[in-house]
Design a binder for this molecule. Structure first.
Ligand SMILES: *Cc1c(COP(=O)(O)O)cnc(C)c1O
Length: 349
């Protein structure tokens, strides 16, 4: 067990959190005059005039049943991005502490670090897109508080070796954040299985990808109770609105839809990889553990703009370190993938 408390910023440790009306009275009553809500209701048909449950108890219980993680080990955020920002605010003293990221990877880790004025130690992936475990271990300083590992990684689409990841969790005197936004599409098991063993582990998942609810902004963090208690202390009191809580509950009742579309996406992904490989300008199609494909082409910018002119938008990642000349393509519906491939077949440099 590691001394998590020792890495918490002193002002956060000392913080007296905001106490909301819903925190101070938790029972059932017939007249609520404690929160300055509109007692007459709202102009909408549905009743949105009451503040939502600050700790989203019902929703967490349902997620708990599906993920096999107790509710007290779950934090829900306004997207994973809120969880990422809170990790900086809990653990990183601006101007003093540091984090390690492994580019090419998700851009928000760096942006969040910059917003919070926290230094970044950058340890690029190996050309094979594997973690450079040795360099990461060498880069730890006494002020390194967070290590971000995105697996499956965006934009490279691969998952990292579980042995590499577990070793880093064991060796690092700080918080290891494993971002599993794409875990549902992966051949690998979730790092959730390590939560009972390591209290310095935070696993991020999201409703934005396989759950198809990017518009709702709902992210999950799974971690030890100490870490979750600090998330709850620092978060805005009503960070998940009631419409999101209700719609997420409905979605969780239809897990069959989610599983069926994960299955289809994986089949379509392997088809699309085959089809992309046959294009004359495709130099390398990388294997994918996610719902997108990274492909190295002869003329990324030309192909990107050609696709735009035909109404098809992909992501140009050609300026990104280790992804030179690469496009990132999300798996579409069968019709969308056909349109993409047919359009690409008509491309001439
Ligand atoms: C899409 C994505 C997310 C999702 O972020 P939300 O704020 O939950 O929508 C998180 N991490 C990575 C690596 C992603 O690609």
């Amino acid at each position: 067990m590691k001394d998590i408390e020792a890495w918490v910023r002193p002002n956060i440790k000392a913080l007296k959190p905001y106490s909301s009306a819903r925190d101070e009275f938790k029972g059932e009553a017939s007249v609520y005059l404690d929160a300055n809500e509109n007692s007459f209701g709202s102009p909408l048909e549905d009743a949105y005039h009451r503040y939502p449950d600050p700790l989203q108890k019902t929703l967490k219980e349902k997620i708990s049943g599906i993920k096999g993680v107790p509710p007290q080990n779950i934090f829900l955020g306004n997207g994973s991005d809120e969880a990422i920002d809170l990790l900086f605010r809990i653990f990183c003293e601006p101007g003093i502490d540091e984090v390690i990221i492994c580019p090419p990877t998700y851009g928000m880790y760096e942006v969040s670090a910059n917003i919070n004025n926290v230094g970044i130690g950058s340890v690029p992936l190996l050309p094979s897109f594997d973690l450079d475990v040795e360099k990461i271990l060498e880069s730890f300083t006494p002020n390194t508080r967070l290590l971000f590992i995105c697996s499956p990684n965006n934009p490279t689409a691969n998952s990292f070796h579980p042995d590499d990841v577990e070793l880093l969790i064991q060796k690092f005197n700080g918080i290891v954040v494993i971002d599993e936004a794409y875990i549902n599409y992966s051949r690998q098991k979730s790092a959730i299985r390590w939560l009972t063993e390591y209290d310095n582990l935070v696993v991020l998942q999201t409703f934005s990808k396989a759950w198809g609810l990017a518009a709702l902004r709902l992210g999950m963090a799974f971690a030890s109770e100490v870490i979750i208690s600090y998330f709850n202390k620092v978060k805005p009191p009503y960070n998940i609105n009631i419409a999101t809580q209700e719609l997420a509950l409905q979605a969780l009742d239809n897990i069959a839809w989610v599983n069926e579309h994960i299955r289809q996406t994986v089949i379509l992904r392997e088809q699309l990889i085959q089809q992309l490989q046959q294009l004359p300008f495709a130099q390398k199609v990388y294997p994918s553990d996610a719902n997108f494909i990274l492909v190295k082409v002869t003329d990324a910018s030309g192909i990107y703009h050609f696709l735009v002119s035909k109404g098809i938008i992909v992501r140009d990642r050609s300026k990104v370190q280790l992804c030179e000349g690469c496009l990132r393509i999300t798996i579409g519906t069968p019709e969308e993938n056909d349109a993409l491939i047919n359009t690409l077949k008509s491309y001439t440099a």
